[in-house]
Design a protein around this ligand. Structure first.
Ligand code: SAM
Length: 461
């Protein structure tokens, strides 16, 4: 597909002497990567167990690139164990450089399908809260799947208008990510057909929504907290232009330095706003990434009056600690301390709420915390999300198969398994099925035969 002339000219003006190298990059192979889930595995240790060749992404400590001609990471049981997320290397940068610390309140405002939210969630290490939002309900469902597959339980997944969230969560979050919808110019090497879409829907058409998003996002950052704005486009108005707009609208926001890397290009500054240089540009002719823009901002301490409904109580009560006996019995076997006040029952579903941010009325939630399981007819059925959230050592009855054992893929396809060679003769009931020590899902054992309880919607295709 031909690069549109107007786009070519715009890039020539932006890049000056670097333009020919950028244009030449269209002849090179696209970059493919995976990011190891630090919630489940140590990147240095796991990379040696993954049976295909990986090269470190030099600016991301848990990022690796692979060759699509020799590796198929989505066709390996480790993918189903949530041990990594497939992500183009430059797209790993915003969540990495925003960071998140255990115990913090973090919001990803445009989160689907979860490439950045899964990293932010992993960094919370089970403490604090990740609110992952996407305005599109169908995309938010894909986001939920990815968060659950990666074993992240301290989440609220919402599908809301960002301006509405800003009214509900003023100055609430330690860190906010806005990975804005954009004209996607950084994706053109990978998906040339997007160039046609670009001509139909040009960069300027995204500017109003980006400005509205950045204002909503900034309103939800705590004083002293951070906002990362990112796009996968090169257009100045969508990138530095959005930051210029925010700095003009909010004197309490300031640009911060981003941890450097040799290949990064500084932001393109205006003469009257030199600090725009603190933004980061990723270009495919300078480093092994397709293209991204990042700007990290901080809200100055106490620059804005704290709004009165900050910290308001939720009218929804978490459980009083009373849960049905069958659930109580099941959970008592898990080697983990559950705080009773965090149980939350809705219909037949039992959830474990995150700590630090109550459920709010009027918000469209797709998930409130970790779905533990369902309670029907006095029986408790543990959820797929719970299996993914556990470590093998936390459950007393596990069936640990190797990635090479043909039963592993059969399990992921939903088949019944004969596991009589790996379980004691009289073992029965729920078992956690694992691959090389990492949980995949549940099965119910009787007489050496394992009835498959792997979530049907996630089966190996
Ligand atoms: N952060 C995601 C990731 O890494 O996987 C990619 C996000 S994508 C660039 C932008 C997302 O913004 C889309 O999923 C889209 O549905 C969502 N979006 C578009 N308009 C929005 C709006 N007004 N509010 C919130 N999300 C919006």
């Amino acid at each position: 597909m031909q690069i549109p002339d107007t786009f070519r000219e715009k890039m020539r003006e932006l890049l000056g002497g670097e333009y020919p190298a950028w244009e030449e990059s269209f002849q090179n192979k696209v970059h493919s990567g995976l990011r190891i889930n630090r919630r489940k595995a140590d990147p240095d240790e796991l990379k040696n167990r993954i049976p295909f060749s990986l090269e470190p992404v030099p600016w991301i400590d848990n990022g690796f690139s692979y060759d699509v001609d020799t590796a198929a990471p989505s066709k390996h049981p480790y993918y189903y164990a949530g041990l990594y997320y497939l992500q183009e290397p430059s797209a790993m940068t915003p969540a990495d450089r925003l960071g998140a610390k255990p115990g913090e309140l973090v919001l990803d405002l445009c989160a689907a399908p979860g490439g950045k939210a899964t990293e932010l969630g992993a960094r919370l290490a089970g403490r604090g809260v990740l609110v992952a939002n996407d305005i599109s309900a169908s995309r938010a469902r894909a986001l939920l799947k990815n968060l659950e597959l990666q074993g992240i339980g301290n989440i609220y997944v919402t599908s809301e208008e960002p301006a509405k969230l800003a009214g509900i969560f003023p100055e609430t979050f330690d860190r906010v990510l806005i990975d804005a919808p954009c004209s996607g110019e950084g994706m053109f090497r990978r998906e040339p057909q997007m160039m046609q879409f670009w001509e139909e829907r040009p960069p300027e058409s995204y500017v109003p929504v980006q400005r509205s998003l950045i204002l909503s996002g900034a309103a939800m950052v705590k004083p002293g907290g951070y906002l990362m704005y990112s796009t996968c486009t090169f257009d100045w108005e969508e990138d530095e232009g959005a930051i210029r707009f925010l700095l003009h609208e909010r004197s309490d926001m300031e640009l911060c330095d981003i941890a450097p890397y040799d290949g990064f290009h500084e932001g393109f500054a205006d003469a009257d706003l030199p600090e725009l240089k603190k933004c980061v540009r990723i270009f495919p002719h300078r480093m092994d990434g397709e293209g991204h823009f990042l700007a990290l901002l901080r809200k100055k301490e106490r620059a804005v009056e704290i709004q009165e409904h900050r910290g308001k109580k939720s009218p929804y009560r978490a459980g009083k600690g009373v849960i049905p006996e069958a659930a109580e019995e099941f959970l008592s076997e898990i080697r983990r301390e559950f705080k009773r006040q965090r149980f939350y029952i809705q219909g037949e579903q039992l959830y474990y709420l995150p700590e630090g941010l109550p459920v709010q009325p009027g918000v469209r939630y797709l998930r409130t915390g970790l779905l533990l399981g369902s309670i029907a007819k006095k029986r408790f059925e543990p959820s797929q999300a719970l299996a993914m959230n556990l470590r093998m050592e936390e459950y007393p009855r596990c069936i640990d198969l190797s990635a090479e054992d043909s039963r592993t893929v059969k399990y992921l396809k939903g088949e019944t398994l004969d596991v009589s060679d790996v379980v004691p003769a009289r073992a029965k009931g729920y078992h956690l099925v694992c691959v090389d020590g990492f949980p995949l899902g549940w099965g119910k054992l009787s007489g050496g035969i394992l009835k498959n309880k792997y979530y049907a919607g996630w089966r190996w295709q």
